[in-house]
Design a protein. Sequence first.
Length: 251
Amino acid sequence: MMSENNSNIAGKVVVITGASSGLGEATARRLSAEGATVVLGARRVDRIQALADELNGGGGKALAIPTDVTHANQVKRLVDTAVQTYGRIDVMLNNAGLMPHSPLERLKIDDWNRTIDVNIKGVLYGIAAALPYMKQQKAGHIINVSSVAGHKVRPGSAVYAATKTAVLVISEGLRQEVKPYNIRTTVLSPGAVATELPNSITEPDIAENVRKLYEMAIPADSFARAVAFAMSQPDDVDINEILFRPTNQEL
Ligand code: NDP
């Protein structure tokens, strides 16, 4: 009989961007409950600090670090602090994102720029921050968050879908490049999951439509379980892609 802990989650140091709500928060809770150390990054410091306090109070290990993922130096500081505090980084979850849907003809150029800065550049900055440590460790796991929108574009979602398609492509390129370093890569593509994401829509009529669509949304722990599944495989098994939806989601 094997006596070691085989969950492959307990004891891991996991850095999560966008940990202040939704999928990031749910994942922090689940992984902490399963014994991981979680390092939480987001701009809403009060939220991540309260979450860290709660997890630490419950016997977990958590650290909150104010992070805006549109600044490479802040993402580097997030990861550097994780390594300085806990000695290593096992998982980088590049989760921060926004979804300000609108038809292109409305020319919401500020929304386009923010979406590209957070959803694409933020992911790249996360890779840049984690990769040097993981190369040195000859171990690690980079998990990026795409979307069903990375597989399908619809009117109103062109820019968001473009960023999520970019995340798929970056993840596949990364997967091939990091083979020599024993690093695992996963890209997760959720369908509608109940989070604060629709709040990032700046056009009221579009926001209302999306909120109606999101009535079918499933709980954020569905995403956290997918992360736990990918992490918990034996080290020689690399779960590269997971696409999941609410059972009654058509798109
Ligand atoms: P939420 O709006 O609930 O969470 C988004 C998170 O991203 C927040 O923690 C927010 O933190 C963070 N964030 C936004 N901008 C920045 C920034 N500049 N720097 C750091 N953090 C930032 O939505 P979700 O949990 O749903 O979103 C998480 C990811 O999941 C996103 O990438 C989204 O595209 C993806 N996704 C979600 C789906 C869904 O249906 N919910 C479906 C498919 C994909 P703060 O504002 O405090 O900085």
